[in-house]
Ligand binder design. Sequence first.
Ligand SMILES: CC(C)(COP(=O)(O)OP(=O)(O)OC[C@H]1O[C@@H](n2cnc3c(N)ncnc32)[C@H](O)[C@@H]1OP(=O)(O)O)[C@@H](O)C(=O)NCCC(=O)NCCS
Length: 215
Amino acid sequence: MATDVNLEVRPLKTSDYEKGFLDLLAHLTAVGEVSREAFEEQLKLRDLAGSYRTVVIEDGGRIIATAAMVIELKFIHSCSKPAKPRVGTEGSDRSRHVVRTPCCCVLSWYDLRMADTDTDTGQFGAGTQLVSIAPTVSQPYHEGSAQVGHIEDVVVDPAYRGKKLGLKLIQALIDLAREAGCYKVILDCSEANSTFYEKCGLTRKEVQMVKYLDR
Ligand SMILES: CC(C)(COP(=O)(O)OP(=O)(O)OC[C@H]1O[C@@H](n2cnc3c(N)ncnc32)[C@H](O)[C@@H]1OP(=O)(O)O)[C@@H](O)C(=O)NCCC(=O)NCCS
């Protein structure tokens, strides 16, 4: 077992299915039967939505800690304006330009690599083709601060508890929330876990309510 200082927090990947990611979640709640295909599809949908951040810590080829966050776009705080798309050239190939643009329904910025794009205006000519699309984390979607990060599904493998890995996960999500332009992060937890979250810098606020829906 590596010492906690050597263990890095990274985003969840499809191959984490084979590294016991779901076994780890089973320490938190019932996971049920989840096929590789179902897992991959769910992860793809989450990535496409752009509002999910799922972080993991791996040791010895196993996922031993994870936490997730959903970023909510609020109407309050004057909403906030989408940032302006940026246009730039990519490498020495003058016919390909990188256009940073917010997709209409997602939080992430994407690098859309287009052929035949007008460098100055970012307008796409008649012959424009989409070359590739890749998410980028370097630019927050909004200039304002009307986003909230909802933290969910925090769990550390029992054999690794008490090594500050939970703290590391929450700090990583707080950094990602800040990067995405969130003005706060919130979560629900049991009384027993409240001290842990206080050590992570969160404070108590109001009460948690729930209604389970028959499906
Ligand atoms: C809660 C949990 C994520 C904490 O992870 P962890 O890696 O063991 O916690 P850390 O080692 O990072 O603890 C950080 C600090 O919180 C304290 N702490 C952690 N869990 C605590 C608890 N249940 N009660 C009181 N203090 C706790 C630690 O002592 C440490 O304090 P210190 O900095 O003064 O030494 C882990 O115990 C877990 O996976 N529990 C089961 C799943 C769960 O309940 N998840 C939370 C869902 S809301």
